[in-house]
Design a protein around this ligand. Structure first.
Ligand SMILES: NC(=O)c1ccc[n+]([C@@H]2O[C@H](COP(=O)([O-])OP(=O)(O)OC[C@H]3O[C@@H](n4cnc5c(N)ncnc54)[C@H](OP(=O)(O)O)[C@@H]3O)[C@@H](O)[C@H]2O)c1
Length: 260
């Protein structure tokens, strides 16, 4: 009989010294999670496709952070296996790789939907499958979902369906991996101010103050009067990683966007 899940402090302090791999760690929510985890004293393996962006992301972490940068495409399962081998023993895995392109149904052929699923769902699936064979009791896998899965907008079917699939996968794997005391959760984030949002709003980096003002104006109609920050979404990932009694949960951090 397997021992029960270990009891330890459920606060982020529990993550000190733990090794966390973030697939999608060079930008947005993944990079924000890396910064929070570095602050908590975790060791990091950051994974993404673009080496230059990865190096720049590593450069933004506090001095002394134990971090390894590894390039991989989430759609390449063989490369993911190699990345896990290079990273060595892990305690937690967070998957934020994904991109939310928006197109109306008439312009969204199966290829586009497949592309969305390839990264977000199949990338998450492959990562979870590799991680499941390696994580220790109390370890965790965290996937990303989004508020549109419960409060959809038109023209985002591929992104919404792939996010919803990640929520289903989360619950399925939480049950399947519970006997080995590995936990699986998802963060259902509201719209967050990260590079994809700024691209969607056509906000230019040329004048940062003007860009911030444009983002603020675009989010002012939301219940709390603004979009979320990457750090606010990432903090939910740290919560589910650290708390040894959380599994199968989809934690919503959406500033009330699902209610409006
Ligand atoms: N921002 C939001 O408003 C929001 C809301 C709800 C849900 N989400 C979801 O949260 C996740 C993160 O969003 P974000 O806004 O933080 O995005 P982001 O800033 O664009 O960051 C995405 C990260 O994933 C990496 N990535 C993308 N495609 C990849 C691939 N095929 N293989 C490996 N790495 C890949 C990117 O680096 P490379 O491009 O170099 O690979 C980058 O590090 C996404 O799944 C998104 O759909 C976001």
């Amino acid at each position: 009989m397997t021992a029960p899940a270990p009891v330890r402090t459920p606060l982020p302090a529990a993550l000190a010294g733990q090794h966390v791999l973030i697939l999608g760690g060079s930008s947005g929510i993944g990079l924000a999670a890396a910064r929070l985890l570095a602050g908590a004293g975790a060791r990091l393996s950051l994974v993404a496709r673009d080496e230059t962006r990865l190096k720049a992301a590593v450069g933004t972490l506090p001095d002394g952070t134990a971090v390894t940068a590894l390039t991989a495409d989430a759609t390449d399962e063989d490369r993911l296996v190699e990345v896990f081998r290079q990273a060595g023993p892990l305690d937690h895995v967070l998957v934020t790789a994904g991109a939310a392109s928006r197109t109306p149904l008439a312009e969204t052929d199966r290829c586009r939907v497949r592309d969305a699923f390839d990264v977000r769902f199949w990338g998450g699936y492959s990562t979870a499958r590799i991680a499941a064979g390696q994580l220790p009791a109390g370890g965790s896998i965290t996937l990303m979902s989004g508020v549109y899965t419960v409060r959809p907008v038109a023209g985002a079917a591929a992104a919404i369906a792939s996010g919803a699939a990640c929520e289903g996968l989360t619950r399925a794997l939480a049950v399947e991996l519970a006997p080995q005391r590995v936990r699986v959760n998802a963060v259902r984030s509201g719209v967050v101010d990260t590079p994809p949002l700024r691209r969607r709003l056509h906000v230019s980096d040329a004048d940062p103050a003007e860009a911030d003002a444009a983002v603020a104006a675009a989010g002012s109609h939301l219940p709390l009067g603004r979009f979320g920050t990457a750090e606010e979404a990432a903090a939910a990932a740290l919560f589910v990683m650290a708390n040894p009694y959380v599994t199968g949960s989809v934690v919503t951090v959406d500033g009330g966007q699902s209610l409006a």
